[in-house]
Design a protein around this ligand. Structure first.
Ligand SMILES: *Cc1c(COP(=O)(O)O)cnc(C)c1O
Length: 436
Protein backbone atom coordinates (compact mmCIF):
# COMPACT_ATOMS: atom_id res chain seq x y z
CA UNK A 1 0.00 0.00 0.00
CA UNK A 2 2.70 2.52 0.92
CA UNK A 3 4.34 2.11 -2.50
CA UNK A 4 1.19 3.48 -4.14
CA UNK A 5 1.15 7.00 -5.55
CA UNK A 6 -0.23 9.96 -3.51
CA UNK A 7 -3.48 10.15 -5.56
CA UNK A 8 -4.21 6.54 -4.58
CA UNK A 9 -3.03 6.70 -0.96
CA UNK A 10 -5.19 9.79 -0.39
CA UNK A 11 -8.24 7.64 -1.18
CA UNK A 12 -7.28 4.19 0.11
CA UNK A 13 -4.57 4.24 2.80
CA UNK A 14 -5.58 3.10 6.27
CA UNK A 15 -9.08 1.87 5.48
CA UNK A 16 -10.97 -0.61 3.32
CA UNK A 17 -14.40 -0.89 4.91
CA UNK A 18 -15.94 -0.49 8.33
CA UNK A 19 -15.42 -3.76 10.21
CA UNK A 20 -18.83 -3.49 11.88
CA UNK A 21 -21.04 -2.52 8.90
CA UNK A 22 -18.93 -2.90 5.70
CA UNK A 23 -19.53 0.82 5.04
CA UNK A 24 -17.22 2.05 2.29
CA UNK A 25 -17.10 5.69 3.43
CA UNK A 26 -15.31 6.14 6.75
CA UNK A 27 -18.04 6.40 9.42
CA UNK A 28 -17.98 9.19 11.98
CA UNK A 29 -17.47 7.40 15.28
CA UNK A 30 -19.05 10.08 17.39
CA UNK A 31 -18.41 8.40 20.74
CA UNK A 32 -16.47 9.37 23.82
CA UNK A 33 -15.66 5.88 25.03
CA UNK A 34 -15.38 2.20 24.13
CA UNK A 35 -16.49 -0.79 26.16
CA UNK A 36 -13.75 -3.12 27.34
CA UNK A 37 -14.25 -6.81 26.58
CA UNK A 38 -13.07 -7.79 30.07
CA UNK A 39 -10.95 -6.52 32.94
CA UNK A 40 -7.98 -8.29 31.36
CA UNK A 41 -8.59 -6.47 28.06
CA UNK A 42 -8.81 -3.12 29.86
CA UNK A 43 -5.59 -3.87 31.73
CA UNK A 44 -3.73 -4.75 28.52
CA UNK A 45 -4.94 -1.54 26.82
CA UNK A 46 -3.93 0.71 29.69
CA UNK A 47 -0.51 -0.93 29.96
CA UNK A 48 -0.01 -0.62 26.16
CA UNK A 49 0.52 -4.37 25.82
CA UNK A 50 -2.28 -4.12 23.30
CA UNK A 51 -3.23 -1.01 21.31
CA UNK A 52 -6.93 -0.26 21.24
CA UNK A 53 -9.62 2.30 21.89
CA UNK A 54 -10.06 3.61 25.42
CA UNK A 55 -11.35 7.19 25.26
CA UNK A 56 -11.71 9.67 22.37
CA UNK A 57 -9.46 12.28 23.99
CA UNK A 58 -6.61 9.85 23.23
CA UNK A 59 -7.81 7.91 20.15
CA UNK A 60 -10.83 7.42 17.90
CA UNK A 61 -11.49 5.06 14.95
CA UNK A 62 -12.46 7.87 12.54
CA UNK A 63 -9.45 9.94 13.55
CA UNK A 64 -7.24 6.84 13.28
CA UNK A 65 -8.04 6.51 9.55
CA UNK A 66 -7.03 10.13 9.02
CA UNK A 67 -3.82 9.58 10.99
CA UNK A 68 -2.88 6.45 9.09
CA UNK A 69 -3.65 8.06 5.74
CA UNK A 70 -1.53 11.11 6.51
CA UNK A 71 1.34 8.94 7.75
CA UNK A 72 1.17 6.94 4.50
CA UNK A 73 1.09 10.09 2.35
CA UNK A 74 4.11 11.54 4.15
CA UNK A 75 6.12 8.32 4.27
CA UNK A 76 6.00 8.37 8.09
CA UNK A 77 5.67 5.61 10.69
CA UNK A 78 2.64 6.97 12.57
CA UNK A 79 0.73 10.17 13.25
CA UNK A 80 -1.27 11.96 15.93
CA UNK A 81 -4.14 14.23 14.87
CA UNK A 82 -4.83 17.22 17.13
CA UNK A 83 -7.28 20.09 17.43
CA UNK A 84 -5.33 22.73 15.45
CA UNK A 85 -2.09 23.49 13.69
CA UNK A 86 -1.02 25.47 16.75
CA UNK A 87 -1.61 22.41 18.94
CA UNK A 88 0.45 20.31 16.52
CA UNK A 89 3.51 22.53 16.70
CA UNK A 90 3.17 23.08 20.47
CA UNK A 91 2.85 19.36 21.25
CA UNK A 92 5.61 18.46 18.77
CA UNK A 93 7.99 20.52 20.87
CA UNK A 94 6.61 19.88 24.36
CA UNK A 95 6.98 16.15 23.68
CA UNK A 96 10.78 16.45 23.82
CA UNK A 97 11.58 19.82 25.46
CA UNK A 98 10.99 21.13 28.95
CA UNK A 99 12.04 24.10 31.08
CA UNK A 100 15.76 24.76 30.64
CA UNK A 101 15.85 23.30 27.13
CA UNK A 102 15.99 25.17 23.85
CA UNK A 103 14.79 24.86 20.26
CA UNK A 104 16.48 26.42 17.23
CA UNK A 105 13.89 27.81 14.83
CA UNK A 106 13.89 29.54 11.47
CA UNK A 107 12.83 33.19 11.68
CA UNK A 108 10.47 32.61 8.73
CA UNK A 109 7.34 31.50 10.54
CA UNK A 110 3.58 31.73 10.60
CA UNK A 111 2.72 34.66 12.94
CA UNK A 112 0.93 32.41 15.43
CA UNK A 113 3.91 30.09 15.67
CA UNK A 114 6.22 33.05 16.17
CA UNK A 115 4.10 34.29 19.07
CA UNK A 116 3.96 30.86 20.66
CA UNK A 117 7.73 30.51 20.41
CA UNK A 118 8.65 34.05 21.48
CA UNK A 119 6.17 34.31 24.36
CA UNK A 120 4.31 31.18 25.46
CA UNK A 121 7.18 28.69 25.24
CA UNK A 122 9.48 31.30 26.79
CA UNK A 123 7.09 31.66 29.73
CA UNK A 124 7.27 27.88 30.12
CA UNK A 125 11.08 28.06 30.33
CA UNK A 126 11.78 26.79 26.81
CA UNK A 127 14.03 29.16 24.90
CA UNK A 128 13.52 29.41 21.13
CA UNK A 129 16.62 30.61 19.31
CA UNK A 130 15.65 32.22 16.02
CA UNK A 131 18.12 31.91 13.16
CA UNK A 132 18.06 33.14 9.56
CA UNK A 133 17.50 30.14 7.24
CA UNK A 134 19.54 31.92 4.55
CA UNK A 135 22.50 30.16 6.19
CA UNK A 136 21.74 26.54 7.18
CA UNK A 137 24.93 26.49 9.26
CA UNK A 138 23.27 29.00 11.60
CA UNK A 139 21.36 26.02 13.01
CA UNK A 140 24.62 24.32 13.94
CA UNK A 141 26.04 27.47 15.54
CA UNK A 142 22.95 27.95 17.73
CA UNK A 143 23.00 24.32 18.96
CA UNK A 144 24.21 23.36 22.41
CA UNK A 145 23.71 20.42 24.81
CA UNK A 146 20.24 21.66 25.74
CA UNK A 147 18.97 21.89 22.13
CA UNK A 148 16.06 19.51 21.64
CA UNK A 149 14.78 20.29 18.15
CA UNK A 150 15.13 22.33 14.97
CA UNK A 151 11.93 23.89 13.61
CA UNK A 152 11.04 25.42 10.24
CA UNK A 153 8.34 25.76 7.58
CA UNK A 154 8.76 24.20 4.14
CA UNK A 155 7.23 27.17 2.30
CA UNK A 156 7.01 30.10 4.72
CA UNK A 157 5.06 33.16 3.74
CA UNK A 158 5.46 36.02 3.04
CA UNK A 159 9.00 35.37 1.76
CA UNK A 160 8.01 32.09 0.04
CA UNK A 161 11.63 30.94 0.04
CA UNK A 162 11.72 27.15 0.36
CA UNK A 163 13.56 25.87 3.44
CA UNK A 164 16.83 23.93 2.96
CA UNK A 165 15.42 20.75 4.51
CA UNK A 166 18.21 18.43 3.41
CA UNK A 167 20.99 20.69 4.66
CA UNK A 168 19.51 21.33 8.12
CA UNK A 169 18.33 17.72 8.58
CA UNK A 170 21.91 16.61 7.89
CA UNK A 171 23.22 18.94 10.61
CA UNK A 172 20.55 17.50 12.91
CA UNK A 173 21.62 13.95 12.08
CA UNK A 174 25.20 14.85 12.86
CA UNK A 175 24.48 16.58 16.18
CA UNK A 176 21.56 14.42 17.27
CA UNK A 177 18.80 17.03 16.90
CA UNK A 178 15.53 16.16 15.11
CA UNK A 179 14.18 18.55 12.45
CA UNK A 180 10.47 19.37 12.77
CA UNK A 181 9.01 20.68 9.49
CA UNK A 182 5.70 22.55 9.26
CA UNK A 183 4.54 21.43 5.80
CA UNK A 184 1.15 23.20 5.90
CA UNK A 185 1.72 25.19 2.69
CA UNK A 186 3.23 22.38 0.61
CA UNK A 187 1.34 19.10 0.98
CA UNK A 188 1.86 16.46 -1.74
CA UNK A 189 4.29 18.74 -3.64
CA UNK A 190 6.82 18.17 -0.86
CA UNK A 191 7.34 15.21 1.47
CA UNK A 192 9.79 16.59 4.05
CA UNK A 193 10.66 13.09 5.34
CA UNK A 194 12.05 12.22 1.87
CA UNK A 195 14.52 15.09 2.35
CA UNK A 196 15.60 13.99 5.83
CA UNK A 197 13.11 15.74 8.16
CA UNK A 198 12.36 13.70 11.29
CA UNK A 199 8.94 15.03 12.28
CA UNK A 200 6.29 16.76 10.15
CA UNK A 201 3.50 18.97 11.46
CA UNK A 202 0.50 20.40 9.64
CA UNK A 203 -2.27 22.80 10.14
CA UNK A 204 -4.84 20.60 8.38
CA UNK A 205 -7.14 23.64 8.54
CA UNK A 206 -5.55 24.74 5.26
CA UNK A 207 -4.95 22.63 2.10
CA UNK A 208 -5.55 19.23 3.73
CA UNK A 209 -9.11 20.12 4.70
CA UNK A 210 -9.31 22.40 1.68
CA UNK A 211 -12.90 23.49 2.07
CA UNK A 212 -12.45 25.93 4.93
CA UNK A 213 -14.79 24.07 7.28
CA UNK A 214 -12.62 22.71 10.09
CA UNK A 215 -9.68 23.62 12.34
CA UNK A 216 -7.21 20.80 12.93
CA UNK A 217 -3.60 19.72 12.94
CA UNK A 218 -1.45 16.63 12.81
CA UNK A 219 2.02 15.45 13.87
CA UNK A 220 3.71 12.77 11.75
CA UNK A 221 6.63 10.79 13.12
CA UNK A 222 9.08 9.59 10.46
CA UNK A 223 10.22 6.84 12.82
CA UNK A 224 13.73 7.54 11.58
CA UNK A 225 15.24 9.52 14.43
CA UNK A 226 17.42 7.41 16.75
CA UNK A 227 16.27 8.65 20.17
CA UNK A 228 18.26 5.93 22.00
CA UNK A 229 21.53 6.88 20.33
CA UNK A 230 21.06 10.40 21.69
CA UNK A 231 19.77 9.33 25.10
CA UNK A 232 21.50 12.21 26.93
CA UNK A 233 19.68 14.75 24.81
CA UNK A 234 16.28 13.06 25.14
CA UNK A 235 15.75 11.97 28.75
CA UNK A 236 11.99 12.38 28.23
CA UNK A 237 12.07 9.41 25.86
CA UNK A 238 14.86 7.39 27.45
CA UNK A 239 14.32 7.64 31.20
CA UNK A 240 11.41 6.19 33.20
CA UNK A 241 8.35 8.41 32.75
CA UNK A 242 6.75 8.99 36.17
CA UNK A 243 3.50 10.00 34.42
CA UNK A 244 3.13 6.49 32.95
CA UNK A 245 4.21 4.19 35.80
CA UNK A 246 7.85 4.43 34.86
CA UNK A 247 7.57 3.56 31.16
CA UNK A 248 10.75 4.12 29.15
CA UNK A 249 9.26 5.10 25.80
CA UNK A 250 12.10 3.86 23.59
CA UNK A 251 11.83 0.46 25.34
CA UNK A 252 8.03 0.30 25.62
CA UNK A 253 7.53 0.63 21.85
CA UNK A 254 9.99 -2.07 20.81
CA UNK A 255 7.24 -4.58 19.85
CA UNK A 256 5.23 -1.82 18.09
CA UNK A 257 7.78 -0.22 15.74
CA UNK A 258 9.79 3.01 15.72
CA UNK A 259 7.02 5.13 17.20
CA UNK A 260 8.39 6.15 20.63
CA UNK A 261 7.97 9.84 19.91
CA UNK A 262 4.41 9.76 18.61
CA UNK A 263 3.15 7.15 21.08
CA UNK A 264 4.42 9.21 23.99
CA UNK A 265 2.77 12.34 22.52
CA UNK A 266 -0.53 10.48 22.36
CA UNK A 267 -0.60 8.71 25.71
CA UNK A 268 0.98 11.45 27.84
CA UNK A 269 0.59 14.91 26.23
CA UNK A 270 -2.75 14.32 24.54
CA UNK A 271 -3.97 12.56 27.69
CA UNK A 272 -2.88 15.49 29.87
CA UNK A 273 -3.50 18.55 27.66
CA UNK A 274 -6.47 17.22 25.67
CA UNK A 275 -5.95 19.03 22.36
CA UNK A 276 -8.08 16.40 20.61
CA UNK A 277 -9.68 16.78 17.20
CA UNK A 278 -13.39 15.96 17.05
CA UNK A 279 -14.30 12.81 15.05
CA UNK A 280 -16.47 15.03 12.84
CA UNK A 281 -13.51 17.26 11.94
CA UNK A 282 -11.34 14.18 11.32
CA UNK A 283 -14.07 13.01 8.90
CA UNK A 284 -13.96 16.40 7.14
CA UNK A 285 -10.20 16.07 6.74
CA UNK A 286 -10.62 12.58 5.28
CA UNK A 287 -13.01 14.06 2.68
CA UNK A 288 -10.47 16.80 1.97
CA UNK A 289 -7.61 14.34 1.58
CA UNK A 290 -9.38 12.41 -1.18
CA UNK A 291 -9.00 15.34 -3.57
CA UNK A 292 -5.84 16.90 -2.09
CA UNK A 293 -3.42 15.75 -4.82
CA UNK A 294 -5.86 16.96 -7.51
CA UNK A 295 -6.45 20.26 -5.79
CA UNK A 296 -2.75 20.92 -5.20
CA UNK A 297 -2.06 20.48 -8.91
CA UNK A 298 -4.74 23.05 -9.75
CA UNK A 299 -3.65 25.47 -6.97
CA UNK A 300 -0.10 25.31 -8.36
CA UNK A 301 -1.21 25.81 -11.96
CA UNK A 302 -3.45 28.78 -11.15
CA UNK A 303 -0.81 30.37 -8.89
CA UNK A 304 1.77 30.14 -11.65
CA UNK A 305 -0.61 31.92 -14.04
CA UNK A 306 -1.47 34.58 -11.44
CA UNK A 307 2.23 35.23 -10.74
CA UNK A 308 2.91 35.62 -14.44
CA UNK A 309 -0.07 37.94 -14.92
CA UNK A 310 0.87 40.15 -11.96
CA UNK A 311 4.49 40.36 -13.11
CA UNK A 312 3.26 41.92 -16.36
CA UNK A 313 0.89 44.39 -14.66
CA UNK A 314 2.07 48.02 -14.45
CA UNK A 315 0.56 48.55 -10.96
CA UNK A 316 2.67 45.75 -9.47
CA UNK A 317 6.27 46.45 -8.50
CA UNK A 318 7.32 43.02 -7.21
CA UNK A 319 5.95 39.49 -7.47
CA UNK A 320 7.04 36.89 -4.93
CA UNK A 321 6.55 33.32 -6.14
CA UNK A 322 9.05 30.44 -5.88
CA UNK A 323 8.66 29.62 -9.57
CA UNK A 324 9.81 33.12 -10.55
CA UNK A 325 12.79 33.24 -8.21
CA UNK A 326 16.37 32.88 -9.38
CA UNK A 327 19.65 31.79 -7.82
CA UNK A 328 19.76 30.07 -4.42
CA UNK A 329 16.05 30.63 -3.66
CA UNK A 330 15.10 28.90 -6.91
CA UNK A 331 17.58 26.09 -6.30
CA UNK A 332 15.99 25.50 -2.89
CA UNK A 333 12.48 25.42 -4.35
CA UNK A 334 13.50 23.01 -7.10
CA UNK A 335 15.24 20.80 -4.53
CA UNK A 336 12.09 20.16 -2.47
CA UNK A 337 9.04 20.75 -4.69
CA UNK A 338 7.62 18.53 -7.38
CA UNK A 339 4.82 19.43 -9.81
CA UNK A 340 4.62 23.14 -9.05
CA UNK A 341 5.55 25.86 -6.60
CA UNK A 342 2.49 26.02 -4.38
CA UNK A 343 -0.64 28.14 -4.32
CA UNK A 344 0.72 31.20 -2.51
CA UNK A 345 1.67 34.36 -4.39
CA UNK A 346 2.88 37.58 -2.83
CA UNK A 347 3.11 40.93 -4.52
CA UNK A 348 3.83 44.52 -3.78
CA UNK A 349 1.83 47.32 -5.31
CA UNK A 350 3.79 50.26 -6.69
CA UNK A 351 1.45 52.48 -4.63
CA UNK A 352 2.56 50.94 -1.29
CA UNK A 353 0.47 50.61 1.87
CA UNK A 354 -2.55 52.61 0.70
CA UNK A 355 -2.75 50.97 -2.71
CA UNK A 356 -2.55 47.58 -0.98
CA UNK A 357 -5.52 48.39 1.20
CA UNK A 358 -7.52 49.86 -1.70
CA UNK A 359 -6.81 46.70 -3.67
CA UNK A 360 -8.13 44.48 -0.88
CA UNK A 361 -11.26 46.59 -0.41
CA UNK A 362 -12.03 46.48 -4.15
CA UNK A 363 -11.99 42.67 -4.44
CA UNK A 364 -15.35 41.19 -5.40
CA UNK A 365 -15.02 37.42 -5.80
CA UNK A 366 -11.77 36.94 -3.89
CA UNK A 367 -12.26 36.76 -0.13
CA UNK A 368 -10.41 38.95 2.35
CA UNK A 369 -9.64 36.46 5.11
CA UNK A 370 -6.82 35.38 7.41
CA UNK A 371 -6.49 31.93 5.93
CA UNK A 372 -4.71 30.00 3.20
CA UNK A 373 -5.29 26.74 1.37
CA UNK A 374 -9.01 27.08 0.70
CA UNK A 375 -10.61 26.09 -2.63
CA UNK A 376 -11.53 29.78 -2.87
CA UNK A 377 -8.97 32.45 -3.73
CA UNK A 378 -8.10 34.45 -0.60
CA UNK A 379 -6.23 37.70 -0.09
CA UNK A 380 -4.79 39.48 2.92
CA UNK A 381 -2.64 42.45 3.85
CA UNK A 382 -0.30 40.89 6.45
CA UNK A 383 1.09 44.12 7.96
CA UNK A 384 -2.35 45.14 9.25
CA UNK A 385 -3.63 41.63 10.10
CA UNK A 386 -1.73 38.34 10.52
CA UNK A 387 1.58 40.01 11.45
CA UNK A 388 0.08 42.98 13.27
CA UNK A 389 0.97 41.70 16.75
CA UNK A 390 4.67 41.66 15.89
CA UNK A 391 6.94 44.66 16.48
CA UNK A 392 8.11 46.50 13.33
CA UNK A 393 11.52 44.83 13.72
CA UNK A 394 9.90 41.40 14.03
CA UNK A 395 7.70 42.16 10.99
CA UNK A 396 10.77 43.08 9.00
CA UNK A 397 12.56 39.88 10.08
CA UNK A 398 9.49 37.92 8.95
CA UNK A 399 9.61 39.65 5.52
CA UNK A 400 6.43 41.69 5.89
CA UNK A 401 6.62 45.07 4.16
CA UNK A 402 3.80 47.67 4.43
CA UNK A 403 2.51 47.26 0.86
CA UNK A 404 2.69 43.48 0.67
CA UNK A 405 -0.43 41.54 -0.35
CA UNK A 406 -0.62 37.77 0.00
CA UNK A 407 -2.82 35.68 -2.27
CA UNK A 408 -3.78 32.10 -1.62
CA UNK A 409 -4.77 31.19 -5.14
CA UNK A 410 -7.82 28.92 -5.27
CA UNK A 411 -9.15 26.44 -7.79
CA UNK A 412 -11.76 28.65 -9.48
CA UNK A 413 -11.37 29.10 -13.25
CA UNK A 414 -8.22 31.10 -13.89
CA UNK A 415 -10.11 33.64 -16.09
CA UNK A 416 -12.36 34.59 -13.17
CA UNK A 417 -9.45 34.92 -10.75
CA UNK A 418 -7.54 37.18 -13.15
CA UNK A 419 -10.65 39.27 -13.88
CA UNK A 420 -11.18 40.03 -10.19
CA UNK A 421 -7.49 40.81 -9.69
CA UNK A 422 -7.52 43.15 -12.70
CA UNK A 423 -10.56 45.14 -11.59
CA UNK A 424 -9.15 45.48 -8.05
CA UNK A 425 -5.74 46.53 -9.40
CA UNK A 426 -7.54 49.11 -11.52
CA UNK A 427 -9.40 50.43 -8.49
CA UNK A 428 -6.17 50.56 -6.49
CA UNK A 429 -4.37 52.61 -9.15
CA UNK A 430 -7.34 54.90 -9.86
CA UNK A 431 -7.62 55.63 -6.15
CA UNK A 432 -3.94 56.47 -6.21
CA UNK A 433 -4.45 58.93 -9.08
CA UNK A 434 -7.28 60.60 -7.16
CA UNK A 435 -5.19 60.78 -4.01
CA UNK A 436 -2.39 62.50 -6.00
C1 LIG B 1 -2.49 28.30 9.91
C2 LIG B 1 -1.11 27.85 10.16
C3 LIG B 1 -0.73 27.33 11.42
C4 LIG B 1 -1.70 27.27 12.57
O1 LIG B 1 -2.74 26.41 12.28
P1 LIG B 1 -4.21 26.50 12.97
O2 LIG B 1 -4.88 25.29 12.43
O3 LIG B 1 -4.82 27.78 12.55
O4 LIG B 1 -3.98 26.43 14.45
C5 LIG B 1 0.56 26.90 11.57
N1 LIG B 1 1.46 26.97 10.55
C6 LIG B 1 1.13 27.46 9.35
C7 LIG B 1 2.16 27.50 8.27
C8 LIG B 1 -0.16 27.92 9.11
O5 LIG B 1 -0.48 28.42 7.91
Amino acid sequence: MTTMKPETLAIHAGYRKDPATNAVAVPIYQTTSYEFDSTGHAERLFSLQELGNIYTRIMNPTTAVFEERMAALEGGAAALAVSSGQAASALAILNIARAGDNVVSSTDLYGGTWNMFANTLKAMGIEVRFVDPADPEAFRRATDDQTRAYYAETLPNPKLIAFPIKEVAAIGDELGVPLIMDNTAAPVMCRPIDHGAHIVVYSTTKYVGGHGTSIGGIIIDSGRFDWEKHADRFPMLNQPDPSYHGAVWTEAVKPLGPIAYILKARVTLQRDLGASVSPFNAFQFIQGLETLPLRMREHCRNAEAVAEHLANHPAVSTVIFPGRMTGEARRRADAVFTDGYGGLVGFELAGGMEAGQRFIDALEMIYHVANIGDTRTLAIHPASTTHQQLTPEEQHAAGVTPGYVRLSVGIEHIDDILADLDQALDAATKGQARAA
